[in-house]
Design a protein around this ligand. Structure first.
Ligand SMILES: Nc1ncnc2c1ncn2[C@@H]1O[C@H](COP(=O)(O)OP(=O)(O)O)[C@@H](O)[C@H]1O
Ligand SMILES: [Mg+2]
Length: 263
């Protein structure tokens, strides 16, 4: 059964899509069969990876025609081990329909259980910046929820809001929801406030913060504009190294089976 990892946060621009794309790529290159799912109506995964869609089908069908087979709605990624379930819910009426169906918070989780069986080792989900029903679906389907946090001064405030909302979700909807950790992103050690935020978050939250910190890396922005992942484009860049380290930290931290190819 695949391990499902969801990137969630109420705030946009914190690195959810970047992290989902690069963790999925790192796992795929490490030999793990991986499915990357874009649940965000903005559909940024498609732009970041510049994939040719083999059809207009995607996440909409998971909600609107759930009996459709997985093979019909996935797009093959640029790596042998990476499949994509792209977002095709940009259109307002479609988004509204999907949001209505997503009020069943277990919809995605049940669909995954029924349709992906042993096809993947990892399913990585990019959730919209909100606590909408789509994000709740992505969190309920997850074995591990990762909250990316940009190293800037407002970050602590936004994290507090997210943790409060998360507690409410645990109490009112699903007590089994668990955070895997906070991932600090876009860190620049030359900026004093970044160092302060990083120190404060680590002091307050201790082990809930991943040891891996994703550095601010211009190569990430450049690669994303070209529609390619930074691991392929600049393997030795700080961004690529950061996401490969994150993949390894997750494998170690949660004692996940190591791929024979990475051993
Ligand atoms: N580590 C990084 N270094 C430099 N730019 C980054 C980094 N992570 C993300 N970005 C850029 O920041 C912007 C927001 O990131 P994104 O992943 O789209 O955030 P979110 O999905 O949370 O809205 C994008 O333009 C992305 O390319
Ligand atoms: Mg995004």
């Amino acid at each position: 059964m695949a391990k499902v990892i969801t990137f969630a946060s109420q705030k946009g621009g914190v690195g959810k899509t970047t992290s989902a794309v690069h963790l999925a790529t790192a796992f795929a290159l490490g030999g793990y069969k991986t499915l990357l799912v874009d649940l965000d109506p903005q559909g940024s995964v498609h732009h970041s990876l510049g994939t040719e869609k083999n059809s207009s089908l995607g996440i909409r069908e998971v909600f609107c025609t759930p009996e459709i087979s997985l093979q019909e709605i996935i797009t093959t990624g640029k790596h042998q081990n990476l499949d994509l379930l792209l977002s095709n819910i940009q259109e307002l009426l479609t988004e509204q329909t999907v949001n209505k169906i997503a009020q069943d918070y277990y919809h995605v989780s049940q669909w995954i259980e029924k349709n992906t069986s042993d096809l993947y080792e990892f399913i990585i989900m990019d959730a919209p910046a909100s606590t909408s029903s789509l994000s709740i679906n992505a969190m309920i389907a997850a074995d591990f929820i990762i909250v990316p946090l940009e190293c800037e001064t407002l970050a602590i405030k936004s994290l507090k809001r997210f943790l409060q909302a998360f507690k409410v979700l645990q109490i009112t909807i699903e007590p089994r929801l668990r955070l895997a950790g906070i991932l600090l992103t876009m860190y620049d050690e030359n900026i004093i406030s970044h160092r302060q935020v990083c120190k404060q978050i680590c002091k307050t939250l201790g082990e809930s913060v991943f040891e891996t910190v994703i550095p601010n890396c211009p190569h990430i922005l450049e690669a994303s504009n070209l529609g390619i992942d930074v691991i392929q484009r600049h393997l030795n860049s700080a961004g690529a190294t950061g996401y490969i380290r994150l993949a390894n930290e997750l494998l170690d931290r949660f004692l996940l089976p190591k791929s024979e190819k990475t051993n």
